[in-house]
Design a binder for this molecule. Structure first.
Ligand code: TEU
Ligand code: CA
Length: 558
């Protein structure tokens, strides 16, 4: 594997709308982000990914872009963006934006022109079809519910394709003109000093054509887009072309949001000269998902979590560098998901932090994760903004689930959990805004907030800082970045442990992933205790006695 400048970095995701509001309109903005750069630097962050802040009607909170060359006025101006890039550079930090090119907004000029003249040049920018014998062109179900086909405004007999929301028409990547426009736009941004992109929903750009029905997988007679994607071949041609014409000449950093990749294609995706620098591991994210909806999803246990993570580590070990997360803006909070219900506490949060952060790959922190922000609660569905939650709520009701229970699933899996404002301090609105926040602040901000954790040397926040310094410590850096990951005690119940190992040293990361204490064997005597999440560590010869949710990082002899 070729060494890359970003391998030793720590990355952080900002959801701009919910990070920091500088002007009291209740919406986080770019000036707010600039005001927190020193905070991020102090935490130890190098690479910052911003969820979209381009011009957008915000039907899907910015993942519906109306103009790729403009900043939405709610987030600021292009000058603010240039300032952010420059201020980051001054601090040796890198800004990465979201590249949303499977679709644009229905308010994008291209789509307007397509509606005016579906047979003209811009009609070919999208997938526009006529009904087949009065039926839709095919029975795919959009990710946000309902058919992927919507009537083309102004044309009774024509439909356009949207695999996400109807305000997100899919761009037709088969059309070379579309690809040219996209590559020009990417290069325009990279020339502005951007370090790279997180690449949204990218697997969807290749459709299995011609359009056809797949076996229905719900009562609605529709079929998940996944069924089509499973058959789609040739996405690599587009991705390779995009790399060659944009990212490669700029030496840009890219991280793909890739679901449904085929295992044999992994080297093409993240091997040396892959389509992307890295991609996210979603094995644990999708664990327990059910095609019927959130009300059918299964919980993930500590053993499942470990097995998912190790399976990915194994798959990529000889190929490339994976990106490790416990949450993002589409997912519930990691501490609410990967720690058994009712057991999230400072110790268990630190355990989860250490276990994922020291894996082989690039560690990502999602805003608020560093202070252990948790899932929120809703008193009714009217408080919920997220379109995926609203759809899943309806799906659950239609399946006979009660309103109360359906809301419970929204609280458990909904995307708003990650989108509640960042909890800066215990003042009004958690210090996020002087105005009225666009989304309800999690009421637990009085006890969970950055200020109180900064003042407490034993807090989760300071633990994250220790993990980051550990990854930077010259004594361990090489092993933690490039060393092999070898699972240890993999058949033990509620234990997650692994070695990070190279020719020079062997580190052991060992976690007792449960409330009960347990005694575990050590394969070699401990040379040095590097980190513990609890004040004491009971190591005796070839055994270690672990308290509930204790995690240790040890250097072993030999
Ligand atoms: O997500 C793509 C995706 O496939 C899912 O994570 C999706 O959000 C989920 O199935 C809905 O419950 C990306 C973005 O991360 C997400 O925020 C956008 O909504 C989506 O693309 C469309 O741009
Ligand atoms: Ca604002």
């Amino acid at each position: 594997m070729k060494k890359q400048w970003w391998h030793d970095k720590v990355a952080y995701q900002i959801y701009p709308k919910s990070f920091c509001d500088s002007n009291g309109d209740g919406i986080g903005d770019i000036q707010g982000i600039i005001s927190k750069l020193d905070y991020l630097k102090e935490l130890g962050v190098d690479i910052i990914w911003l969820s979209p802040c381009y011009l957008s009607p915000l039907a899907d909170q910015g993942y519906d872009i109306a103009d790729y060359y403009q900043i939405d006025p709610r987030f600021g101006t292009m000058d603010d963006m240039d300032e952010l890039i420059a201020e980051a550079k001054k601090r040796n930090m890198f800004i990465v934006m979201d590249l949303v090119v499977n679709h644009c907004s229905d308010e994008h000029e291209w789509f307007r022109k397509a509606c005016e003249d579906p047979d003209g040049e811009y009609g070919k920018f999208f997938y526009i079809e006529k009904a087949k014998d009065g039926k839709l062109p095919c029975n795919w179900r959009s990710y946000f519910g309902g058919p992927v086909w919507e009537k083309l405004p102004g044309h009774e007999d024509r439909y356009y394709l949207h695999v996400f929301h109807k305000k997100q028409p899919d761009l037709n990547w088969e059309n070379p003109r579309v690809r040219d426009e996209i590559y020009n736009m990417i290069n325009w941004w990279l020339d502005r000093g951007l370090a790279g992109f997180r690449i949204d929903a990218i697997i969807n750009i290749k459709k299995a054509l011609p359009f056809k029905d797949y076996p229905a997988d719900r009562e609605d007679g529709l079929s998940s887009v996944h069924n089509m994607l499973h058959e789609a071949v040739g996405v690599g041609q587009f991705l390779g072309e995009m790399r060659d014409r944009t990212f490669a000449p700029h030496q840009a950093f890219t991280v793909g949001e890739v679901f449904n990749e085929k295992e044999e294609e992994l080297p093409d995706f993240i091997g040396d000269n892959g389509y992307f620098s890295t991609m996210f591991d979603f094995a644990e994210t999708v664990f327990g998902n059910d095609r019927q909806g959130w009300h059918k999803s299964l919980d993930i246990t500590p053993d499942d979590y470990r097995n998912c993570v190790f399976a990915t580590q194994k798959k990529v070990e000889n190929i490339g560098f994976i990106s490790n997360i416990i949450e993002n803006h589409d997912e519930p909070r990691g501490v609410s998901r990967y720690i058994p219900a009712g057991e999230a506490c400072p110790a268990s949060k630190k355990l989860l932090a250490a276990l994922y952060f020291l894996l082989r790959g690039l560690p990502w922190i999602y805003q608020g994760q560093e202070i252990g922000m948790e899932n929120t609660t809703f008193s009714s569905i009217d408080e919920v903004d997220d379109i995926a939650s609203i759809d899943n709520y309806k799906v659950a009701l239609a399946a006979g689930v009660s309103e109360k229970e359906a809301l419970h699933y929204v609280e458990k899996y909904g995307r708003d959990n990650a989108r509640t404002p960042f909890q800066w301090d215990a003042s009004a609105n958690a210090g996020f805004t002087e105005g009225k926040p666009w989304l309800k602040v999690n009421p637990n901000y009085v006890s969970i907030n950055l200020k109180s954790q900064q003042e407490d040397p034993d807090s989760l926040y300071h633990f994250y800082r220790k993990l980051i310094s550990l990854r930077r410590n010259p004594a361990y850096q090489k092993t933690l970045i490039y060393g092999k990951l070898i699972p240890y005690l993999q058949d033990y119940h509620n234990v997650m442990a692994y070695f990070r190992k190279d020719e020079e040293q062997t580190l052991l990361i060992i976690g007792n992933y449960q409330r009960q204490e347990q005694t575990l064997p050590l394969p070699a005597p401990c040379k040095k205790l590097i980190l513990s999440n609890l004040p004491q560590a009971d190591i005796q010869g070839d055994q270690v006695h672990m308290a509930g949710y204790q995690v240790l990082v040890l250097e072993l002899e030999g």
